[in-house]
Design a protein around this ligand. Structure first.
Ligand SMILES: Nc1ncnc2c1ncn2[C@@H]1O[C@H](COP(=O)(O)OP(=O)(O)OP(=O)(O)O)[C@@H](O)[C@H]1O
Ligand SMILES: CC(=O)N[C@H]1[C@@H]2OC[C@@H](O2)[C@@H](O)[C@@H]1O[C@H](C)C(=O)O
Length: 360
């Protein structure tokens, strides 16, 4: 899995029948070098300029695919080298989202995850599942989020039958909410690290706000947050999804580095709190995974604003950095078995939808 933050490829091995998670295997991370990251970001920029109008930016995508093949193969090797168990039956590879347009005003959405599936298939030497979002989008769904099927399986294993939520804090944030009667609702809640990362990079202050130190030194501008929360998107009912650039660092223009970081961080937390306030029942707890849980300032803001208990994935025995990678392993097995990977409640697909393409 390579997410919208473009920081690393995450890989994980799980034992699953696509319905239950029977065991967790090792996990691996292959960080992008600055040069690799620049190539992937250039592909995202080119995709945004293209926006499905005219010829695809082939040169930018070709260069990005070469980086994706190399880095995913490295991650796969890292994963497999230390593994003494049976050869995995299948690998699920998400690809790099370069553009995502949710359906709007009756028009179908569109989404693009780039990867060179044939090259990855020959590098890995096992069956490959990929292109998980297209079928859902073609059927009128949002195409995201897709991790909810896996979040639900994880919650099932916890054996906690109260209402629970799983929150992923990546570039964008998405939540899976399971009510006490087992009903599943999922949607993107708003930005997470994306605008913060961009703000830091624009100021030459690194790729992200390490341990939230810059935000902790700033002052939150609550009036700006109130203004930003006015965007009608926040009051749309789920399922709903976002492109990484639907919220960006320009929001904080004019603020000092510290105040901008503090305000963007508090804004991400407030968007999650807004979502939780609108759930049909308050969840007993929200379990946080993704890189944002490593930012103590973001977690502090979440704890202040979200009206329920906030736990980190590790508090319940999960590997918080690997859940998306594990999710696409799980979805790969569901694809192999022809099981649905999205539902009306998770992507607003018209019916439970199978998705993903296979190379045997
Ligand atoms: N120690 C840390 N302090 C602050 N932020 C951190 C820290 N570690 C990770 N992060 C944040 O987490 C981000 C990476 O998170 P993650 O890998 O979950 O995102 P992603 O999977 O690429 O995104 P998405 O879920 O939107 O696809 C980094 O870009 C950074 O902003
Ligand atoms: C189009 C796309 O890649 N969306 C990502 C992004 O990152 C978080 C959020 O927005 C989520 O909707 C999705 O990723 C996770 C893995 C998902 O589909 O569940």
């Amino acid at each position: 899995m390579s997410g919208t933050s473009i920081d690393a490829v995450d890989a994980a091995l799980i034992l699953t029948d696509g319905e239950r998670v029977l065991d967790f295997g090792p996990a691996a991370e292959r960080k992008y070098t600055p040069e690799e990251r620049a190539v992937l970001k250039a592909a995202v920029d080119a995709a945004r300029k293209w926006a499905w109008t005219g010829p695809q930016p082939e040169a930018a995508f070709r260069k990005a695919n070469a980086v994706l093949t190399k880095t995913h193969s490295d991650a796969w090797q890292q994963l497999i080298n230390g593994w003494n168990g049976p050869v995995p039956a299948i690998a699920g590879v998400h690809g790099q989202t370069v553009l995502h347009k949710p359906p709007a005003n009756g028009a179908r959405g569109n989404t693009l995850q780039i990867l060179d599936a044939d090259s990855l298939h020959s590098e890995f030497g096992v069956s490959l599942a990929y292109d998980f979002r297209s079928a859902d989008v073609e059927a009128g769904g949002q195409g995201a989020p897709l991790a909810p099927a896996f979040h639900a399986a994880l919650l099932q294993n916890l054996g906690d039958t109260r209402s629970n939520a799983v929150l992923n804090l990546g570039g964008v944030a998405n939540v899976t909410y399971r009510s006490a009667d087992g009903n599943l609702v999922a949607f993107d809640t708003g930005p997470a690290n994306g605008p913060i990362d961009e703000w830091m990079e624009q100021h030459g202050a690194g790729t992200h706000d390490e341990d939230g130190k810059t935000a902790a030194a700033g002052r939150v501008d609550d009036m700006s947050i109130d203004l930003w929360m006015d965007k009608p998107w926040f009051d749309l009912p789920g399922p709903k999804s976002l492109d990484r650039f639907d919220f960006d660092a320009t929001l904080a223009r004019g603020m000092s580095l510290e105040d901008g970081a503090a305000t963007l961080t508090a804004f991400s937390a407030e968007t999650v709190a807004h979502a939780v306030r609108n759930f049909t029942e308050r969840p007993d707890q929200i379990i946080v995974c993704g890189g944002g849980r490593r930012n103590p300032q973001l977690m502090r803001e979440l704890r202040q604003r979200v009206p329920c208990g906030v736990k980190s994935a590790e508090d319940v025995g999960w590997l918080g950095d690997s859940i998306e990678a594990q999710a696409f392993a799980f979805l790969a097995v569901r694809t192999l078995r022809g099981l649905p990977i999205s539902w009306p409640g998770t992507t607003s697909a018209p019916a439970p939808m199978a998705g993903g393409r296979l190379i045997d």
